[in-house]
Structure formats: C-alpha cells, structure tokens
Design a protein around this ligand. Structure first.
Ligand SMILES: Nc1nc2c(ncn2[C@@H]2O[C@H](COP(=O)(O)OP(=O)(O)OP(=O)(O)O)[C@@H](O)[C@H]2O)c(=O)[nH]1
Length: 480
C-alpha cells in the first residue's frame, strides 16, 4: 500500500503528480521505508526485494518486520534506536544486517529520521547496501588477523629459537671440548668457554666476527710448532673431508691437544655455510695412558722393564739387526743363593737384595744396553750391535758388581752371585726363542759349572740340539 498526502489540485493533475512520485519512489536504488507512529510499516521501496529477497508485499503483511528481515544480533539495537528516535526525534544512523530470504546476510547502512507533517509524524528509513564494503572490510580484517597471527607465531618461534640458542650455549659451555664455528667468510661465528681455555684466551675475550687469519696470529705464540700446525689447518680446509682425522699437536706450555674439523652443510645440499673445529686437551689422557703402558711394562719392585717389554724389545732389536746386518747380544742372568736369603731373613730381605741389585747394575748399563727383570731372581741384558769381546767384558762387570754387593741382615753378612749365559744373534739363534734358549742353556752351564761366572753359548744357529758351550772360570770369567 502506498500513501501520498493529498493536495488541493485537480484530480487529473494530482493523479499525474502521484504517478511521477510513485515512479521516482519505486525506482530508488537504496531501500526506503516509511513507518507510522505505531512503528507499523506504511510503505517500502521495491528495492527491498533486491537486497533481502522479500517483496514489499511480504514486508507489509509481516506481523513483525524487524523479526522478518533484521538479523537477530542487530534486532535489539535496532528496536531501541527506533524507539529512541520516535521519542526524541534525533536522527539515528547505524549499520545493521538484514537476513535475506535465502538465509544469507546483507549489510546495510541505515539512516532513521522522523518526518513531521501537520501535527503528525512518520519514521523514514533509508538504507544503502554496503555488503561489498563490508566484505572488503571483513577480508581486510581477516588479513590483518592473519598477519597478527603470523607475527605472533614469528615472535613465538623467535623466542623459542633464542631459548634454544641459550640452552645450546649453556650446554656447549659445560663440555670440555673446545668448539669454534667459522662462517663461510672465515670469520668467527661462535666459540665456547673450553675453546678459550685451550687456546689461552682470557675468559672475557671477544672473538665473534674476528677473521681466521687474525685468530691464527693470536694463537701462534701458543703453538710449539706453529708452521706445522697451520700447514695442517690449510690441508684440512683444502681437502674438504667430511670430518677430518684427529690431529695431535703440542702447545708451548707442554699441553697436548687434538683437533678435528668438519664443513657445516647449509639447508641447500652441497652448499657449506662454514666450518666447525673441535679441540680436545688430551694431556691428562696421554699422561694416564703412558703411565698405564709404563705400569704394564715395568716391574713394580725394581722398576726395571719386565718380561713383557723384554720380549717386545728383543723382537724389535732382532728385526732391526736383521735389516742392518748387525749382531745382538743377550745375557741371561740368574742369581745364585737368593733363596737362602729369603729363607733365612724373610721375603723383605730378599726384596731389598733385588732392589739394590737392580739399582747397582743399572748404573753399569750403557745407553744402548737394556736391563730387564724377567721374574723372580732372573734378569736379562739386551745389547744391540754387540761384539763378543764387549759382551764378555759386560758379563764380567756384571758378575763382579753382583758379587760385590754386600748386605747385612739381622747382623749377619749376606750376598748373592750371578750365573750368566751369553748368546749372540745370529751366531747362536736366528730368532728370539732360539736366542733365549741359547742364553738359558749357557746360563745353566754357568750354574752347573760352579756358579758366579759367565758362559758363552756355543750353540750353532739352527742346530738347537747340539751344544758347544764355552765356560768362564771363576772369578775371572773367560771363554773356553
Ligand atoms: N723376596 C723375593 N723373593 C722372590 C721374588 N720372586 C721370587 N722370589 C723367590 O726367589 C727364589 C728363587 O729360587 P731359586 O732360583 O731356587 O733361588 P736360588 O737360591 O738363587 O737358587 P739357584 O737359582 O739354584 O741358584 C724363590 O724362593 C722365590 O720364592 C720376589 O719378588 N721377592
């Protein structure tokens, strides 16, 4: 239903004017509507159908127009604003959502005005479609929200990666290995505390960004052989090996350090982003292992090399002598009358004899000669590149030294003598076993022929069964 105020004019003119006005009103693009004082809908433009899908007639017959077309969330506000306008006549402008017949939402900007005429008033609604703008706004809002979320996520990851870095740095600072990261431009990227300690930097040294060449110059004075070390570094860098082999080097203060290095691969395969160096101070480890080797090779009572080292040295010396065509002398030594000392004065007295004997005999041993305790009261002397004369002379001195040792246990004089057998490589044996057997056999001859003497083995190499022993006379040992 459309209502127009009547004017005093001819019916024809009025009808024509009505027709013009109707065409204008019905052709408006936005939604126009008129409500009476009871807020009942009097007229609504056909454009409502374009915006909501409801025809003007649907709106006019609706019991509650707001319930039909205003979105549930905006309805209360809309009702309040319209009641306010009715009461005070002040314009109301706000955005609201229409609910379309197909259930979709259509945003409009609504403008509510009170129009007065002849003591009566009506409410006029003008609403323009702002759906496109709202959609843009929504999109913008979504984009902004998305950006904020991404930003928050970035901050979160940044925080987490900083935490990770802190954790990693704490861990790396705790470990005893020195760690140094160089970037692809050969500048220091990271180092830990142990790296500073190993290279003798003060704990507060600041190396980040320092060029490799500068670092090398600062560590040069620490190195026992800087040129060899830097040649090694250059070779490792040149070779671009996966992980370099451990390289051992010495510092001027006597410490022993090893290094290993690897290229740090970036996320692009085959593209190195720098290099990591790992340093380990192995001084203590080397000292302990040397001590262990020492312990395994030395007799704890006399501190002479033991049977194990004797066999190693004998094999090594024979191999060396074979290559050079040298002779090797072996003196097998067994004490005479040692057991009676143990029996008469106790084991401790026997120990004292062994210790003093080892100490005194060691004094007459020359640089290239080696003296061993094989076990019990058995000793051996190894003489590389030996001549028979020298060996006889050495055996004589040895016999004399042992016989000259005097002890006093429980107020009684005591002493021991030595029976010595001399064997020479290659004359008396071509390998360690044969040489030992020859020396033993000669030593037993010394025993059987009166003790306190030396005997030269007469065994021919390769003829182990046959013996041609020469025996020394007491006390001036001599060859027969
Ligand atoms: N005190 C002491 N005695 C040892 C040690 N090792 C072995 N013995 C003893 O040394 C003795 C060696 O015996 P023998 O070789 O018969 O002694 P010996 O009186 O010299 O006899 P011959 O070799 O026949 O001249 C044994 O009584 C062992 O118990 C040791 O480390 N300390």
């Amino acid at each position: 239903m459309i209502l127009w105020p009547k004017r005093a004019a001819s019916d024809e003119a009025v009808n024509a004017q009505d027709d013009y006005c109707r065409q204008v009103a019905e052709g408006v693009h936005g939604v126009e509507a008129l409500f009476d004082e009871q807020l009942r809908l009097l007229w609504i433009s056909p454009s409502i159908e374009r915006v909501t899908g409801y025809a003007p007639a649907d709106c006019l017959v609706a019991q509650d127009l707001f319930a039909l077309i205003v979105h549930e969330s905006d309805r209360a506000h809309c009702t309040r604003a319209v009641a306010q306008l009715a009461a005070d006549g002040l314009p109301q402008d706000f955005e609201l959502r229409f609910v379309r017949r197909d259930g979709e939402t259509a945003w409009v900007a609504s403008h509510w005005r009170r129009v007065d005429s002849g003591g009566h008033w009506r409410l006029r609604l003008s609403a323009e479609d702002i759906q496109a703008r709202k959609q843009t706004e929504y999109k913008l809002l979504e984009t902004v929200t998305e950006l904020r979320r991404a930003q928050a996520l970035r901050e979160h990851y940044l925080l987490r990666s900083n935490d990770e870095r802190q954790r990693l740095a704490a861990l790396l600072n705790l470990i005893r290995l020195g760690i140094l990261f160089m970037d692809q431009d050969k500048r220091v990227l990271y180092y830990n505390r142990a790296m500073l300690e190993i290279w003798g930097y003060p704990p507060d040294a600041h190396l980040i960004g320092t060029r490799e060449s500068v670092v090398q110059e600062t560590v040069r004075p620490q190195l026992a052989d800087p040129d060899a070390y830097f040649a090694h570094v250059a070779e490792v860098v040149e070779r671009r090996q996966g992980v370099s082999d451990a390289f051992e080097f010495r510092l001027v203060d006597g410490r022993i350090v090893t290094d290993r290095s690897a290229v740090v691969e970036g996320s692009v395969e085959g593209h190195g982003i720098g290099r990591v160096w790992i340093y380990e101070d192995v001084t203590e480890a080397r000292r302990i292992s040397a001590r262990l080797v020492e312990m395994a090779e030395r007799d704890p009572l006399t501190n002479l090399y033991n049977r194990r080292r004797f066999h190693e040295e004998l094999e090594r010396t024979l191999a060396d002598a074979s290559r050079r065509g040298h002779a090797v002398g072996l003196l097998g030594i067994d004490l005479d009358g040692f057991k009676p000392i143990n029996d008469a004065f106790g084991h401790q007295a026997g120990d004292e004899v062994l210790v003093r004997l080892a100490e005194r005999v060691s004094r007459i041993v020359r640089r290239h000669e080696m003296f061993f305790r094989i076990g019990g009261d058995e000793f051996a002397m190894l003489v590389p590149d030996a001549q028979i004369d020298e060996l006889a002379e050495l055996a004589g001195r040895l016999r004399e030294t042992v016989a000259g040792l005097r002890f006093c246990f429980e107020g009684k004089d005591a002493g021991v003598t030595a029976s010595i057998g001399i064997a020479v490589f290659p004359d008396n044996g071509l390998d360690a076993e044969a040489l030992i057997a020859a020396a033993d056999e000669a030593m037993y001859r010394s025993k059987s022929e009166g003790r306190n003497r030396w005997t030269l083995s007469a065994r021919t190499a390769g003829e182990s069964a046959r013996m041609r022993a020469s025996s020394s006379d007491e006390p001036d040992s001599r060859e027969e």
